[in-house]
Design a protein around this ligand. Sequence first.
Ligand code: FES
Length: 165
Amino acid sequence: MNDKNNFPDNLIEEIDAIKSKFPSDKSKSAIIESLLIIQHHNNGYLNEDLISSLADFLNVTKIDVYEVATFYSMFNLKPVGKNIISVCTNVSCMLRKSDDMVSYIEKKLKIKVGESTKDNKFYLKNEMECLAACNGAPMMQINHINYENLTYDKIDKILDEINND
Ligand code: FES
């Protein structure tokens, strides 16, 4: 059954609070924020049940929720590693060899873009558009923290520190 009872009580409260910020005929406006909360409570990813439940809860169509979940790169539609690595490959970063940085990370973690490591510690997300830190190119984000002016040595240090946490 896809109704609000698929969510734990604390999650219902949080989504209800988001929903209440908007007029009842504008529930679509609550989709992004609700999905972020749901994803956070579901080990960093969304699935079909959760998407259907949110659609029912907000009284919008399932496709309304899917459109948002598939459009924005911050949503994951499959289980992913705990630490999410996003390397910017837009122009400024590309000119400063971000592609080489991606290849280096792939080799170091023994995964390809879009994959997680076997121990589920890292997920190398699809390459990202400009992350608004061009003056620090090439750069990456890990769990929304920026790491700029990347070099191979710097990547080693950053990933090793996270790995040893
Ligand atoms: S191009 Fe990479 S942060 Fe802007």
